[in-house]
Write a protein that binds this ligand. Sequence first.
Ligand SMILES: [Zn+2]
Length: 267
Amino acid sequence: MNGHPTREEDFDLYALGALEGDDKQAIESHLASCADCARKLAEARGRVAMISFAATRVEPAPHVKELLLARVRAEGRSSAPAGAAAPREADSSAGGGVFGRWWTAVLAPVGVALAIATILLWNQNERLNREIADLHAALITQQKNLEEARHAADLLAARDTIVVPLAPMPGMPNGMGRVTYNSKMGMLMYDGKVDPAPANKSYQLWLVPMKGDPINAGVFNPATDEISHWMMKMPEGITPKAFAVTLEPAGGMPHPTGPKVLAGATS
Ligand SMILES: [Zn+2]
């Protein structure tokens, strides 16, 4: 077939697996080279899936049932040997018999095709949904990383950014840290490595301003040999006197309550 299928319902019938013989071959050979019709088939497949999903039945297309039935009847008439005592003829003479027989013969394979199509589409949907969710999560992570990298680059490039090394305090868990801070940007970056905190305790970094109370700059619980790193937005325009890591109850505190573990003055 060079031209498009002339009957719109052919797409539904094909999607249902109800097209056979020449009709099926013709549409298949045409679909291979016609994007327009391939799209129509995709839509028909969607309708076929909808039939199974919909709580309220959705008709595949107007009159498809009637057309399917009419065709099946026509085919039955033409293929039944004339005058033969074939069961079809016998059924035909019995009135509603042909209806019942053909619906059974056609609907059984259509039902199977429908079930298979539904399962395939459902699986495909599930897989696509998972892939989309994975890609979305990856994108969010990348965007966050990119954003942080931009902030870090800005912070490191700024001329008024200060770097304050934090040294371990005697008798405290061993470690060292570094605070990179820009007062105007209100941006703080911490990098450090310290032995794990005792049970039920957390480490907490503080910005100790020239004036006023220490400001929380992050709570952390490093595993053994783990390097801690984070960036934190701080209030802008605060001049620090020092930075310190204290040992606090797990989860941190609004104000420092525990001993200093690491500390470093700005000058
Ligand atoms: Zn076409």
